[in-house]
Design a protein around this ligand. Structure first.
Ligand code: PEP
Length: 324
């Protein structure tokens, strides 16, 4: 289905829940609890989660030492995902306009992930500024017969620093799996790129109360085979699929809890120091109005921003919100 029909499906589902679904972040929390109220002994067969994954004991970590981890040790990262928007000339102007507005705001790392063909012109627009130009995908092979694809070494030579991998639109419309996300991540890191790795549950998973299991599984599968050293070049973006491009934002509490779960899974895999140093962004209809509240949360270290990153004033306001 098209992105528009997906969004309208989500909106219809939300609307069909009557008065409760009529808007507001607090309402969303009531509608979509993270966990089932009664913890099940197993996962529903229909979801088809492999038994062999060996999910870490997430609750143990979240409730004990994760909450004491020091947010101040992490740099805020505000990244824009332009998706399939902007021609090269538009890109140059939009980046230059954004650069003028964020000048001197060095409390956050600022990245704009643009379409491949816009990379060069966006870099021209960013010249002299602290904005880093990133890409939105990368293939896992070094080179070869993969018509239409772009390799990590190509991006590296173009001066790209960050690449988004595993965005839900890639998973949904281009058949990306955790396996290919993992392969792309490894290829990007091997070429010296930094990765913004996206994970997040779909609406049905949140409504079924299995968000925690889904985040654990994706994090574990997507990071499989990476070392703690590799992890220093990885940012994880928690992006609930139901919040992307829908105008429906996770509440700050939902975002914090989900990012905390991801951090606890990483702690289980790599230890506390690696988890404490890991930047975890929230993404999903973040904008100039809701950014400050989301970014203030203990486990939310930045944002991955779609729609609002196309408008310099809105994106700059989000960068402002991350300066605290
Ligand atoms: C995204 O594309 O990663 C995203 C979060 O989009 P939006 O901000 O438009 O929801």
């Amino acid at each position: 289905s098209s992105p528009a029909s997906h969004a309208s499906r989500i909106n219809k589902k939300t609307a069909s829940r009557g008065a409760e679904g009529s808007g507001g972040a607090g309402k969303a929390a009531a509608l979509f609890p993270l966990r089932r109220s009664i913890c099940p002994s197993g996962l529903p067969d229909a979801i088809g989660l492999p038994d062999a994954i060996g999910l870490p004991d997430v609750k143990k970590f979240t409730e004990s030492w994760i909450l004491k981890m020091n947010k101040a040790k992490r740099t805020a990262v505000i990244a824009g995902n332009w998706k399939m928007n902007m021609t090269p000339s538009e890109a140059k102007k939009t980046v230059a306009d954004t650069a003028a507005l964020v000048a001197g705001k060095d409390g956050a790392k600022i990245i704009l992930c643009v379409p491949f063909v816009d990379i060069a012109s966006a870099q021209c627009g960013a010249e002299g500024s602290a904005i880093s130009i990133g890409a939105q995908n990368v293939h896992f092979a070094e080179k070869g017969a993969f018509t239409g694809e772009i390799s990590a070494s190509m991006l590296k030579e173009c001066g790209v620093e960050y690449v988004i991998i595993g965005h839900s639109e890639r998973r949904q419309y281009f058949a990306e799996t955790d396996e290919t996300v993992n392969k792309r991540t490894k290829a990007a890191l091997a070429a010296g790129l930094k990765v913004i790795l996206c994970v997040g549950e779909v609406l049905e998973q949140r409504q079924s109360g299995i968000t925690e299991e889904i985040l654990s599984m994706q994090t574990k599968l997507d990071l499989a085979g990476l070392t703690a050293d590799d992890l220093k070049n990885v940012i994880i973006a928690y992006e609930p699929v139901w919040a992307i491009g829908t105008g429906l934002t996770a509440t700050p509490e939902q975002a914090d809890e989900a990012c905390g779960i991801i951090r606890s899974v990483v702690a289980g895999l790599y230890g506390g120091a690696a988890a404490e140093g890991l930047t975890i962004q929230y993404g999903g209809s973040m904008n100039e109005k809701n950014a400050a509240e989301l970014l203030a949360k203990e486990n939310v270290d930045g944002g991955l921003i779609g729609g609002a990153s196309l408008v310099p004033e809105k994106f700059a306001a989000i960068v402002d919100a991350a300066q605290a």
